[in-house]
Design a protein. Structure first.
Ligand code: HEM
Length: 510
């Protein structure tokens, strides 16, 4: 009997001993981590001592600014109170310098700092390491390889395709409006811009605006916009191993799968078409290479083609960047014109005198709508589709006012705050297209919807053309008015969205 009691207690002793040891080790690790975080916080506090900011909680940082839903309002207040830039604590051990001054922007965009790890890394499971996320030499090679896809000769015939996609959307609007004059436009515009990029960059035929696959892709992108943004700001979502176990992690995984199904379909079909068309050289001679052709035929400097993974990353990147940004741009432009009927009418008159019924809009027309162009720019100032971008300083920086930051510091270039900074744009909330009159002077880095420097937007000419075509054709067919009961609330995600959609009243013009 006594032998069996002894034999039972010994293992128990061993187990409890092991548990004690594990707890001690755990505690030691916890203390070590706490010491590291404390040291990091001290380093950050020292680095930003020359940059005042609103008071922040030692653990939650400026979290309440994000939670009120009035984040952009808070940002505007900062531009009035704290000149040039101010730190924003995401939590106790993570701070970012938010920049909204043209000289600061110019300095940072003139360097070659990499994209900040945190925010961009969280987009990688979705868009992979394509042009948007790549850094260094590989980025340079890809940029050089893809730049010809945006040459004027390639962009010219796209105007026709863009106009066709817009007309499909407008026909649908006419049908819907026979029941109700009110419409939430963001989703319709997203389907239209997706249709356009599919036809232009990926030679994908058909009507995607009524297609269920396109609709579920758009929904996946909407979810990912929210999920990536939410992850960036949550201290508990930083480590992959924990994040993918959370319900948001599951949703993210599912949305990525949906997005990839869409892009895989496009690649597969195009590859099959290329096979049918015969040898690659024949294709080269037959017509201009679109974006996907360039990728499929690409030979990198080492003579090898793009790997399937790299190819997918570029397709995912351009599928997203090529439609969501322009959807945001066009939707906010329409909202701005709806709330400023006198400018809307002036644009319409300009377009009517140029195009008549608009049936044959061409590349040549796009440079002949100066007032509409000014209104588009002013709307992009008020509602920049990409509200901010991030960089991690690869070497120390000293700004023109003498303040400095060390290597490794994170900066957020807030185009939204820059465009609403009263020191840069007097009365920034007023919609005043004359700010963009040909003779109006401004700082080279006061207006940056497409960013600047070597990592500016590769698709900006494509985007501007698409916005002009869409605005021109929409104004010819409809009169726009805001819905006074549903004023949109701008919300920063990867692109600028509205928390409650963008609701307009539309009246068909005869
Ligand atoms: C109104 C529409 C658009 C806006 C406001 C916009 C804005 C921007 C901005 C601000 C950046 C810099 C991002 C960063 O530094 O992280 C960027 C980069 C980029 N954009 Fe756009 N974009 C638009 C449309 C497009 C279109 C239509 C395409 C493709 C057809 C496109 C493709 C890209 C790509 C691939 C990059 C990464 C470029 C690089 O890093 O080399 N964008 N865009």
């Amino acid at each position: 009997m006594s032998v069996s009691v002894l034999s039972l207690t010994r293992p128990l002793d061993t187990v409890s001993g092991l548990l004690q040891l594990a707890s001690l080790l755990g505690l030691a690790l916890l203390l070590l981590k706490a010491a590291q975080l404390y040291q990091r916080r001290q380093w950050m506090l020292k680095a930003i001592q020359q940059f005042p900011s609103p008071p922040s909680h030692w653990f939650f940082g400026h979290k309440q600014e994000f939670q009120t839903g009035l984040e952009l309002q808070e940002l505007k207040k900062r531009t009035e109170k704290y000149p040039c830039a101010s730190p924003r604590w995401l939590w106790g051990s993570k701070v970012i310098l938010v920049v909204y001054d043209p000289d600061y922007m110019k300095m940072i965009l003139g360097r070659s700092d990499p994209k900040s790890e945190g925010a961009y890394r969280f987009m990688a499971p979705w868009i992979g390491y394509g042009l948007l996320l790549l850094n260094g030499e590989t980025w340079f090679q890809h940029r050089r390889m893809l730049t010809p896809a945006f040459h004027y000769d390639i962009l010219k015939p796209y105007v026709r395709l863009m106009a066709d996609s817009v007309q499909v959307m407008l026909d649908k609007w006419e049908e819907l409006l026979s029941q109700n004059s009110h419409l939430e436009i963001f989703e319709h515009v997203s389907l239209m811009t997706l249709d356009t990029i599919m036809k232009c960059a990926f030679s994908y035929q058909g009507n995607h605006q009524a297609d269920r696959n396109s609709q579920s892709y758009i929904q996946a992108i909407k979810d990912l916009n929210y999920l990536v943004f939410s992850r960036v700001r949550n201290v508990f979502y930083q480590k992959d191993i924990f994040y993918w176990l959370t319900s948001e992690g599951h949703r993210n995984h599912k949305a990525c799968q949906l997005a990839h199904q869409h892009t895989d379909r496009v690649i597969k079909l195009r590859k099959a078409q290329l096979q049918e068309e015969g040898e690659l050289e024949k294709v080269r001679n037959k017509r201009h290479l679109d974006f996907l052709d360039i990728l499929l035929l690409a030979k990198m400097e080492n003579g090898r083609g793009l790997s399937d993974k790299d190819l997918r990353a570029e397709v995912d990147t351009f599928m997203f960047e090529g439609h969501d940004t322009t959807a945001s741009g066009i939707s906010w432009i329409l909202y701005t014109l709806a709330t400023h009927p006198e400018h809307q009418q002036r644009c319409r008159e300009e377009i009517q005198s140029l195009l008549g019924d608009g049936a044959s809009i061409t590349w040549e027309h796009l440079d002949q709508m100066p007032y509409t162009t000014m209104c588009i720019k002013e709307a992009l100032r008020l509602y920049p589709p990409v509200p901010s971008v991030g960089r991690e300083l690869s070497k120390p920086i000293t700004f023109p006012d003498g303040r400095s930051l060390p290597r490794g510091f994170l900066v957020s270039l807030s185009f939204y705050a820059l465009h609403h900074n009263p020191n840069v744009w007097p009365k920034p909330e007023v919609f005043d297209p004359s700010r963009f009159a040909p003779d109006a002077a401004r700082h080279s880095h006061a207006f940056l919807p497409f960013s600047g420097g070597s990592r500016n937007c590769i698709g900006q000419h494509f985007a501007v053309n698409e916005m002009k075509v869409a605005v021109a054709l929409i104004l010819l067919r409809f009169e726009l008015a805001p819905d006074p009961f549903r004023i949109p609330v701008p919300t920063p995600r990867i692109v600028l969205m509205s928390k409650n959609g963008i609701h307009l009243h539309l009246r068909k013009l005869l």
